[in-house]
Design a protein around this ligand. Structure first.
Ligand SMILES: Nc1ncnc2c1ncn2[C@@H]1O[C@H](COP(=O)(O)OP(=O)(O)OP(=O)(O)O)[C@@H](O)[C@H]1O
Length: 310
């Protein structure tokens, strides 16, 4: 297998732990300059796959290329090019956040001055300057996540592997994470993010790989996800006028909610069809009070897959 483009290529990978087959058969490509999301329920194999890409675990079968290198045969080449953010960060009890970053920098061969400069720069990037001189162990969960992200970025890696990076982050930090990941992709990095919080991936990812029971079951770009059939919810006053109008256009709907907040769900083939329906309802004097996609684009794919769900 060749990998001239420098991103990640995974082909036919499998891995068992004793009798547990964590990964059965995974194929996917994560190109440089894009954020690729690995999506799947708990226990579907995302972390196991990340560990293999990070050269920390060998596959039983199949091949991987990370930045052009084989993590099994060339782990040193892979490790120097990846930034790895695990789902939980172990911290050195007595070091400050600044010292953690500086120490990691020196482990990557940076001089004391360079690693100190880079540590300060990254504390700004992840918005931790205020806490940089405090022991890392006193940081909150979200602050530790941000320190973990800074740690993954210290050597300006070509490939970023981030396992549940948004977990524990407050809404403001999530927005900052999103813009940081987008800017890393814009700078040509290969970014792989695992998550099961689908709503935030819509904003972050360029493509998604859906994993179920250790198998890659679907791969699609966000553009493809956005242009597929989607459910929309509609509310109007009164709902009976909406029901009559939908009936007269031959649009089938389901009722959702309760008497306090009732809404109709319709299945529409494209955004053009959605704008046609909204315009037609309004022109027909239906007082539409809400009209929006019922879920994110990736959520729609996830819900349509015939696999186990969260
Ligand atoms: N070291 C191990 N020994 C035994 N079983 C393991 C080991 N690591 C993972 N597994 C099993 O492999 C499967 C995949 O686990 P993995 O951690 O990769 O899932 P995940 O998709 O990352 O889940 P989550 O969303 O909960 O983090 C699970 O059934 C898990 O119990």
């Amino acid at each position: 297998m060749t990998n001239e483009f420098g991103g990640i290529v995974v082909e036919g990978v499998a891995r068992s732990f004793g009798s547990v087959q964590a990964i059965r058969d995974i194929d996917f490509v994560a190109p440089p300059g894009e954020v690729t999301a690995l999506i799947g329920p708990n226990g579907s194999g995302k972390t196991t796959l990340m560990l293999m890409m990070a050269s920390l675990l060998a596959p039983d079968l199949g091949t991987l290329r990370v930045a052009g290198f084989d993590p099994v045969k060339q782990p040193a080449e892979v490790r120097s090019r990846i930034g790895w953010m695990p789902d939980t960060l172990g911290v050195w009890e007595s070091l400050t956040a600044f010292e953690v970053l500086k120490t990691i920098g020196s482990l990557y061969g940076m001089s004391a001055a360079d690693s100190a400069h880079r540590a300060d720069e990254l504390l700004v990037t992840v918005n931790l300057t205020e806490f940089g001189r405090r022991p890392a162990r006193v940081l909150s969960r979200g602050q530790q996540q941000r320190l973990s992200l800074a740690r993954a970025l210290i050597h300006d890696p070509q490939v970023l592997l981030l396992d549940e990076p948004a977990s524990g982050l407050d809404p403001g930090s999530r927005v900052e994470l999103r813009s940081l990941l987008r800017s890393l992709a814009a700078a040509g990095k290969t970014v792989v993010v695992s998550s099961h919080v689908l709503s935030e991936l819509d904003e972050i990812a360029d493509r998604a790989v859906f994993v179920s029971r250790g198998q890659s079951v679907k791969s699609q770009t966000l553009d493809e996800a956005g242009s597929q059939t989607r459910r929309y919810y509609i509310q109007a006053q009164p709902m009976s006028a909406l029901a009559a109008a939908l009936g007269s256009y031959g649009v089938r709907f389901e009722t959702r909610g309760d008497s306090r907040r009732e809404e109709y769900l319709v299945q529409l083939g494209s955004t053009a069809e959605a704008s046609w329906l909204l315009r037609t309802l309004v022109m027909g004097d239906v007082v539409v009070t809400a009209f929006a996609p019922a879920g994110g684009a990736l959520e729609e794919t996830y819900m349509s897959l015939d696999t186990d769900r969260l």
